[in-house]
Design a protein around this ligand. Structure first.
Ligand SMILES: *Cc1c(COP(=O)(O)O)cnc(C)c1O
Length: 384
């Protein structure tokens, strides 16, 4: 992303880069030293800001990055980041030259794509480092574990490919039942054995996302791919907790207007909330247009250390809260919509369950319209 002149806004995402660095320090101690840490920085590092997050991760034990699109990779390269970058998913033919130009390590999940990279390698007279993506049951991307007999040998005969890695992806790693995860790992290991018999021994073997990092230590191989957990957010309620890992991102907004209501007055579109008596309503200039869930008479924000309820429906640009329990509240006061204030906390899980979705979706849903303010590190924003 091009740096733009930042103008003040009364709602913002705050990123605590010190805590982010601490999370990486803790992860490094948690995972055996023989296991490399890859930072999954796709989708703007789940809203943190890909460039500042990648810099901090690389300074604190991550040795490689993963993204999903060429544009995401370009943003990192333009910022001068030279670390290895894995590009997840599968490439179409027209993307192949861009992968080489940006010096990326592509996932390859079919013979046709392997041939395209092999041809490109021969044309430039230099090998292309690829990661073999193995489909062990997710059934999204990758060579099928079932047919390794046929594709394993064909791969071996392709010139110009350096087998830098082999990976698979869990369909379920963060639930209590690890049955299918273990089935997938077994299939992955069988494929690796088969490839070794063909003389293909990739350097980096990786299967784990955050859920696997926490709960499937037998599947760490020599690299893990960490996205959500580095944010201090857990992929589910049931996976293992690690002491000291804490959230990095918070969502904040200042009160921009206050309305005095009489009994019977209503709030917002559809008149969905009605005052029972005289009351004060605080307005925060943040709404579903920023990725905040479109709730109705549901949810809370933190103000002066209290949980204060939302009233009426969340609009595109604003939401309203009942100030009954915080008579001291005034225009300019800072509310926390996600994160902690005093001893109260609103978690990503809380917002996710209000919205009927997963934590990933809440974080990546916070729009670019919200400025990012970085605390405690080498960010590209300044406190608002
Ligand atoms: C997004 C993604 C990850 C990271 O998952 P987290 O649960 O956020 O750690 C790892 N591997 C692949 C293939 C992914 O698409």
């Amino acid at each position: 992303m091009k740096a733009t002149v930042s103008r003040p806004r009364s709602a913002w995402v705050e990123v605590d880069l010190e805590q982010f660095a601490r999370n990486w320090e803790i992860l490094r101690k948690e995972v055996p030293a023989s296991v490399s840490l890859m930072f999954v920085a796709k989708d703007n590092a789940y809203g943190l800001g890909a460039v500042p997050a990648a810099r901090v991760a690389l300074d604190h034990h991550a040795d490689s990055l993963a993204v999903f699109t060429l544009g995401e990779a370009q943003e990192l390269r333009d910022a001068g980041i030279t670390a290895p970058i894995l590009i997840l998913g599968e490439r179409l033919a027209e993307e192949v030259p861009h992968v080489l130009e940006l010096d990326l390590e592509p996932c390859v999940g079919s013979i046709e794509v392997a041939e395209a990279f092999s041809k490109a390698a021969r044309e430039r007279s230099r090998p292309v480092a690829i990661h073999l993506k193995i489909n062990t049951g997710m059934n999204r991307f990758g060579f099928s574990w079932r047919t390794v007999d046929s594709w394993g040998q064909r791969l071996r005969d392709l010139a110009g490919l350096e087998f830098c890695g082999a990976l698979s992806h869990f369909a379920q790693s963060d639930e209590l039942d690890k049955g299918f995860a273990r089935t997938q790992s077994g299939r992955f290991e069988a494929v690796l054995d088969h490839l070794a018999a063909e003389g293909i021994r990739p350097r980096w073997i990786h299967h784990c996302n955050s859920g696997g990092v926490l709960d499937l230590p037998d599947a760490h191989f020599n690299r893990v791919r960490v996205g959500l957990l580095a944010q201090g957010v857990y992929p589910s309620e049931v996976c293992r907790r690690i002491d000291g890992i804490a959230p990095v991102l918070s969502l904040r907004a200042r009160i921009t207007a206050i309305q005095a209501l009489e009994a019977g007055d209503t709030v917002g579109y559809g008149m969905r909330w009605r005052a029972e008596g005289p009351c004060r309503i605080g307005v925060l200039s943040i709404g579903y247009g920023d990725g905040y869930p479109r709730l109705r008479n549901q949810g809370h924000v933190l103000l002066h250390g209290h949980r204060v309820p939302l009233v009426g429906g969340v609009t595109m640009d604003a939401l309203m809260v009942d100030l009954a329990t915080v008579p001291e509240a005034q225009i300019g006061d800072e509310a926390v919509l996600l994160g902690s204030q005093g001893s109260e906390r609103i978690t990503v899980q809380e917002l996710a369950s209000l919205r009927g979705t997963v934590t990933y979706d809440v974080l990546t849903g916070l729009r670019g319209r919200l400025p990012r303010v970085y605390r405690g590190g080498i960010g590209d924003g300044s406190p608002g």
